[in-house]
Design a protein around this ligand. Structure first.
Ligand code: DOR
Ligand code: ZN
Ligand code: ZN
Length: 449
């Protein structure tokens, strides 16, 4: 038998641990994990003793397509994903139009099918929408829903009353609800106060959008979700007390998970002084004490998901924030740098390689009902993988990013540990700093399959 591909000499991260073995791939699927003589193959990839990880499944990505394709789009964003070892992206609903109807979802599917280099799924928006719309989106294959407790994206913002109603429907559809947890009133009044005081320096974004806004909203979302059996997923957690609340809810048996990103693990509010608007994200960067708690929680299982929260804006939009931080939009270019930064953290002893694969591959695939097709390398799984060189040094430079935005809050940062090859369904899409995948190769994934 001649198979399509063999990946040999790799140290493979399996759910059971690290194994020196060869991966046998045929028709885009893993059909063997063997230690002895490999079958003949059309293509042999020599991993040269490097680690072979399951492809990353990034459950929090804003590709801006349709609506703001100058910020990012399905082609540029998935090129960046390929370079960052991300083989499946889950796109957020705050596009224009927002993904709150089946029509908008179908339009996105059409766009992505022509442009994407990696596989993709979609999150439906759960704002002030009729129950029927949520049900139709679920039937059309969204992997999850997202609600905002702040009014920034008005079609996706839900009142407490509506959250309770939405949670019931979403739970009935067996999907999770992701939440952006910040208290609208505290955020709004904080901005007004900053204005009154004439504060528009970078750090004012952190000071006047305080941790209590996130802590309160995290607590409230958990209480509202108790009314139903919904799986509540708290996005981009940043602050120690919110993690304590999450831990308490989990200890009481509630189905609630938490997510954080490299923004909050690697950066803190100090960096606002240097990077200004480029480090402006919502919720804002916090304090070193919070980072300690986030790392602990990520390692001990309270936070079980890492996602990039890739949310690009143009340089022009960001630059406005130097004069007045409140004039710059919140969000950063991160999909490509998340894995290298985490590999560097593996080298620094902050997280194990196995745990990194759980939080950035297996658990997000499980959350989006895509496991074990995605998020693992088991027999029958899609052959999505990333080979990483844990000794390869890197320096982050905006101008070298594959995203259309050549800007990053991590500019100039160095580290050790870099992806050297990314494969989606048996085909190499990134190798030796070059994206070799083709637009249109990526496939729609959903819980319906
Ligand atoms: O910083 C952020 N940017 N936080 C969000 O919640 C939204 C995102 C965006 O889409 O720009
Ligand atoms: Zn958010
Ligand atoms: Zn986001």
């Amino acid at each position: 038998m001649v198979v399509d591909c063999v990946v040999k000499n790799g140290r493979i991260i399996l759910p059971t641990g690290i194994t020196d073995a060869s991966l046998i791939i045929d028709k885009g699927i893993i059909i063997g994990i063997i230690k002895s003589s490999e079958p003949k193959a059309d293509k042999i990839i020599d991993a040269k003793g490097n680690y072979v990880l399951p492809g990353m499944v990034d459950t929090h990505v804003h590709l801006r397509d349709p609506g703001n394709t100058e910020r990012e789009n399905f082609e540029s964003g998935t090129r960046a994903a390929a370079a960052g070892g991300v083989t499946t992206i889950i796109d957020m609903p705050n596009t224009v139009p927002a993904t709150v109807t089946v029509k908008a979802l179908e339009e996105k599917k059409r766009i992505a099918s022509k442009k994407a280099l990696v596989d993709y799924g979609f999150i439906g928006g759960a704002g002030e929408v009729p129950e029927e719309d949520l049900r139709h989106l679920a039937k059309a294959g969204v992997t999850a829903f997202k609600s905002f407790m702040i009014a920034r994206f008005k079609e996706l913002a839900a009142s407490d009353y509506r959250l309770i109603k939405n949670f019931e429907v979403i739970s009935d559809e067996n999907l999770p609800c992701m939440i952006h947890a910040e208290n609208q009133n505290i955020v709004e009044k904080g901005m007004e106060e900053a204005k009154l005081l004439g504060r528009h320096d970078a750090i004012a974004h952190c000071e006047f959008r305080p941790a209590i806004a996130e802590i309160e909203a995290t607590m409230r979302s958990i209480i509202l979700a108790r009314q139903s059996e919904v799986h509540l997923h708290i996005c981009h957690m940043t602050v120690a007390e919110a993690v304590d609340i999450l831990e308490l809810a989990q200890s009481e048996g509630q189905d609630v998970s938490g997510e954080t990103s490299t923004n909050y693990l690697i950066l803190n509010e100090e960096i606002m002084k240097e990077k200004g608007p480029y480090a402006k994200v919502d919720p804002p960067l916090r304090k070193p004490e919070d980072q300690i708690r986030l790392w602990e929680a990520l390692n001990d299982g309270i936070i079980n998901i890492l996602a990039s929260d890739h949310a690009p804006y143009t340089k022009e939009e960001k630059e406005k924030g130097w004069d007045n931080i409140f004039d710059a939009p919140s969000g950063g270019v991160v999909i490509e740098t998340s894995l290298p930064l985490m590999l560097n953290s593996v080298n620094e002893g902050k997280i194990s390689l196995e745990r990194l694969c759980e939080v950035f591959s297996a658990n997000p695939a499980i959350l989006n009902s895509l496991y074990p097709k995605k998020g693992t390398m088991q027999l029958g799984s899609d052959a999505d993988l990333v080979i990483v060189d844990l000794d390869k040094k890197f320096k982050i430079q905006g101008e070298k990013l594959k995203s259309i935005q050549k800007i990053t809050a991590y500019e100039g940062m160095t580290g050790i540990g870099f992806p050297i090859l990314t494969m989606v369904r048996g085909n190499t899409i990134y190798e030796e700093d070059q994206v070799v995948g083709k637009p249109g190769y990526g496939k729609f994934v959903s819980p319906l399959e």
